[in-house]
Design a protein around this ligand. Structure first.
Ligand SMILES: [Zn+2]
Length: 468
C-alpha cells in the first residue's frame, strides 16, 4: 500500500516536473515575422527581408536557442508575386512563417524641363522666357515623353504623365512676372505756358497712367493759381499718389502791334534748319510776346520733326527748306525736287496741307551748287516758280549761321529792321546764341511797336541774285 501510494506520488511529482519543464520551454513563446505578412517591393530595388522574431513574455529569445532556414524566390527584376519562408526549430517544435512579397512598379515617371519657371511681362503678359521643353522617363516604361499632357491655369503649366502601371508623375512650371513698372503722372500741354494779361487761363490739367500705360482716375490735388490780371511767373503744382508735376505759367502783356514811327513796316522773322532741340524754346518765346514767324523746316533732326505740328498750331507759317539739307541736292533739278517733295510730305503730314513757299539751302545766291551742277539753281527756280511755288531769301541777316555772338545777333536784327525794305529776317532755330538772345530781341522789337507777319505765297519777296 505504501509502495503504491509512494509510486503515485512520485508519478504525480514527475508529471508536474515535466509539465513545469514544458511550460518553462514553451510558455509565453511568440514566433512572428518582423513587419507585415504581405509587402510590396519596388521593381529593381534591393530586397532584404526584415526577418522574424521570437519572444518569450515579450523578451527576445537568444539566437542560441533556435535554428532556422530561409527559402525565398523573390526576384526584383521581374514584376510578380513571391514568397519568403522561414522554418524555425525551437526545441522539438518547428514553426513556419511565410511572407508574401509583391514586386511592383510603384515609381512615378520623372519629368524634366529646360526651364523651372516661365517669365512673363507684367503688363502685356507676353512670355519672355524660352519655349517650354520637357521629357519624361519612367523606371519601367522608359521614355514616356509622348504621354505627357500639358494643362495651363492662372499660376502656370502643369505637366502630367502616367506610366503603364498607373504611377502618375507631375511637374508644375510656375509663371513669374517682371516687376510692375512705376506709375506715370504727366502734364497735359506745355510745362511752360504763356497767358496774355487779362485773358482767361484754362488749365489743360494732367494725365495719370499706371506703369502699363492705362489711364487711371485718381484724385489730383492742385496748389498754386494764376492771376491773369497781373504780369509775372506763376507756379502750379499737381500731386497724385505721391507723384508731383509742376507747371510754370507766365502772364505777359502782348504786343499791341501798333506804333507811330514804325507803322506800316512788317517784320517777317524766319527760322531755318529746324525743328531741333531748341525749337520748343523758340516757340515758347514767340508765344510769350505773341509774335508769329515763319519756319523753313528740315528733316535733319528726326525726333523733332513732329514739332512742325506745334509750329503750325501756334499760328506760325511752315515752309520747305530741305529734307536732308545736304549740298548734293544740287546735283540735278530732279535731285532737288525729290528732296523738296519729301520735306513737303512731312509738312502735309503735320499741318494737313503742302507748303507753296521755300528757301534754298544757302539761299538762291549760293555758289556751293556750282561744284554739283552748272546753272542748277536757276533751273530749279524757274521750274518751281512755273509750278506756283515762291522762294524767299532775306534782307536782314542775324549772322547766326556764321557764328555771331549773342550781342552781335541782337544788334544785327534790331538795327537791321530799322533800314530794311521787306524786313525778312534770317535766323536759325538750331543756333543756341539765337535762341538765348531771342527774348531780348523780341522784348525790344515789341516794345518799339513793330508789326510781325508770317510769309505766304503772296508775301513780298526778297530775292538775291542767282549766282549759279
Ligand atoms: Zn539752311
Amino acid at each position: 500500500m505504501i509502495k503504491k501510494s509512494v509510486f503515485i506520488l512520485v508519478l504525480i511529482g514527475t508529471l508536474m516536473v515535466i509539465a513545469g519543464i514544458i511550460y518553462w520551454i514553451f510558455g509565453g513563446i511568440e514566433v512572428k515575422l518582423v513587419g507585415e505578412n504581405e509587402i510590396n517591393v519596388t521593381y529593381k530595388s534591393d530586397y532584404n527581408d526584415e526577418g522574424f522574431k521570437i519572444t518569450k513574455y515579450d523578451n527576445e529569445v537568444s539566437e542560441k536557442r533556435y535554428r532556422y532556414e530561409t527559402k525565398s524566390n523573390v526576384d526584383t527584376n521581374i514584376l510578380g508575386e513571391y514568397e519568403t519562408v522561414y522554418y524555425i526549430k525551437y526545441f522539438l517544435k518547428t514553426y513556419e512563417l511565410k511572407r508574401i512579397v509583391h514586386v511592383v512598379d510603384n515609381v512615378e515617371p520623372e519629368i524634366t524641363t529646360n526651364i523651372e519657371s516661365i517669365e512673363k511681362d507684367y503688363c502685356t503678359k507676353k512670355v519672355l522666357s524660352k519655349d517650354l521643353e520637357y521629357n519624361a522617363i519612367d523606371n519601367y516604361d522608359g521614355d514616356v515623353t509622348d504621354k505627357v499632357t500639358k494643362e495651363e491655369n492662372e499660376e502656370g503649366v502643369i505637366l502630367t504623365v502616367t506610366d503603364n502601371n498607373g504611377n502618375v508623375g507631375t511637374k508644375n512650371i510656375l509663371y513669374t512676372y517682371t516687376e510692375k513698372p512705376k506709375d506715370k503722372f504727366t502734364l497735359n500741354g506745355s510745362s511752360t505756358m504763356y497767358v496774355a494779361k487779362g485773358s482767361k487761363f484754362s488749365d489743360p490739367g494732367t494725365t495719370y497712367k499706371d506703369g502699363c500705360g492705362v489711364k487711371m482716375d485718381v484724385k489730383v490735388s492742385t496748389s498754386g493759381s494764376v492771376d491773369t490780371s497781373k504780369n509775372g511767373d506763376y507756379k502750379i503744382t499737381y500731386t497724385a499718389n505721391d507723384l508731383t508735376v509742376t507747371r510754370k505759367v507766365t502772364v505777359y502783356t502782348p504786343s499791341t502791334n501798333t506804333g507811330g514811327s514804325v507803322s506800316g513796316k512788317v517784320i517777317y522773322l524766319t527760322f531755318d534748319d529746324g525743328p531741333g532741340s531748341y525749337t520748343e524754346r523758340v516757340l515758347n518765346t514767340l508765344n510769350k510776346y505773341g509774335v508769329k514767324a515763319t519756319f523753313f523746316v528740315t528733316h535733319q533732326f528726326g525726333s523733332y520733326v513732329n514739332l512742325i505740328k506745334k509750329e503750325y498750331e501756334q499760328g506760325h507759317s511752315v515752309a520747305v527748306h530741305s529734307y536732308t539739307h545736304n549740298w548734293n541736292i544740287y546735283k540735278s533739278v530732279d535731285a532737288y525736287v525729290n528732296d523738296f517733295n519729301k520735306m513737303n510730305a512731312d509738312i502735309e503730314k503735320y499741318t494737313g496741307s503742302k507748303s507753296k513757299i521755300f528757301r534754298f539751302p544757302g539761299g538762291s545766291s549760293n555758289t556751293v551748287s556750282k561744284s554739283y551742277a552748272k546753272g542748277v539753281v536757276k533751273a530749279i527756280a524757274s521750274r518751281m516758280t512755273s509750278e506756283g511755288y515762291q522762294y524767299f531769301d532775306w534782307d536782314v541777316d542775324s549772322g547766326d549761321a556764321a557764328g555771331a555772338s549773342r550781342s552781335k545777333i541782337y544788334s544785327n536784327v534790331v538795327n537791321g529792321v530799322k533800314n530794311c525794305s521787306k524786313c525778312i529776317v534770317l535766323m536759325h532755330d538750331i543756333k543756341s546764341n539765337t535762341v538765348n538772345e531771342l527774348d531780348n530781341i523780341l522784348r525790344e522789337l515789341t516794345s518799339k511797336g513793330y508789326k510781325f507777319g508770317t510769309l505766304n505765297v503772296n508775301s513780298p519777296t526778297v530775292h538775291h541774285k542767282i549766282a549759279n
